[in-house]
Ligand binder design. Sequence first.
Ligand code: GAP
Length: 463
Amino acid sequence: MAQEKNDVMEKIVSLCKRRGFVYPSSEIYGGFAAVYDFGPYGVELAKNIRDAWWQAMVRDHDNIVGLDSAIFMHPKVWEASGHVGGFSDPLAECRECHARARVDHLLEEAGVFADEKMTEEEINALLAENKDKIACPKCGKKNFTEAKNFNLLVKSNLGNFTGDWTKEPTYLRGETCQGIYTNFKNVLDSSRVKVPFGIAQIGKAFRNEITARQYIFRTREFEQMEMQYFVEPSTAAEAYEEWRAKRFQYYIDLGLKKENLRWHQHENLVFYAKAAWDIEYNFPFGFKELEGVHNRSDYDLTQHSKFSGVDLSYRDPQTNEKYMPWIVETSVGVGRTFLAVLTDAYTEEAVGEGDTRIVMKFPKKLAPVQIAVFPLMKNKQELVEKARGIFDELKKTFRCEFDDNGNVGKRYRRQDEIGTPYCVTVDFESLEDSAVTIRNRDTMQQERIVVSELQKYFAENLR
Ligand code: GAP
């Protein structure tokens, strides 16, 4: 079973490279660990994932507004947030081959409960107790140093011209939500929102992740989709449960299989959090965190009030009561959603005569290309012209691709691998009856539709 799952991961990685979804960063230089690039189809899929999230979180709620804060922020933000002092993972080094690894992950893989929130002492006690079980993932020897907490913030010299920027570094943001907290007052003062309300943003985040494994699941540069919902303190628990329910349903509405989703409750909470649950997805390497839903209490606004000297409390315009809002957070990575969507969609099917096809059964709203239009033959001018005409019309409404490479069978295989729900073929009969063949990705069935009905057909079928 585990081998089968490894194979699926390898097959997904290979398909992503072969079909232009994901490439390793700087590959011509040998790659750059834990950083990836999206190729032509990947960038479309990632955009559709962002758009679906934005629709569900911002456009579908009249009390949630969007924001796009800068990646760089005042360094004090990261002191106030606790990242400079405490945003770390336990790092140990293999004494034999010098590979570095996250000890909480090694312990977990050996069946010992551990997480990154444990103190150095707690982690080292577990490491000592279980040292015979903990093998180096690189050389297999069981000889690790003690763990040390390693801070994950990525430092930079932005705006520092002293030559020794390491003393007063600026940081690439470790999470997008801090830009939401620092703009809480701006949004309140410049829009019509009143508590309870949310601020949502999508943007890049950076972390010096210790181990570079599991493909795009854990990367050093990644994109988060975060929403912070500000509430009156006594209503936080209820709002939290509402958001938990909404976010789980969101993935089902997105088209992920329910059996691949489950909840995981964090027992070991960071000191300020009142509740933390993860939505886990059944990735090829097992159930792992897809999204975190957190009740962050009033910690963030209180900290930023203290460190900035600006009072971020809220006065209720009706009751005149003043309080520090509590925050319910929903946070998920674009890359992690992308990998969940790929995993859910990846299908191998027997198609007769010992042949198999690989087909990415993406939800239609997420598919990078929704309709591929083909002329039966690329060297017949009248077929090409008619197919081009259909493509030019359909592309105004749908995501379309014009494809005249190879024979139709090969085009179907290629479109299956990039997950295109429909292919439209213009053949010689089309010149007579102005009808085309539509081939369905999932059933492989074909039907004839007159060209004048195509818009209506796809409007109904691509919803
Ligand atoms: N603001 C809260 C926060 O950042 P987190 O649990 O550290 O919480 C939230 O991250 C989500 O961001 C995760 O559930 C995951 O989807 C995504 N994420 C975090 N670290 C990531 C990484 N190194 N690579 C890819 N995605 C990551």
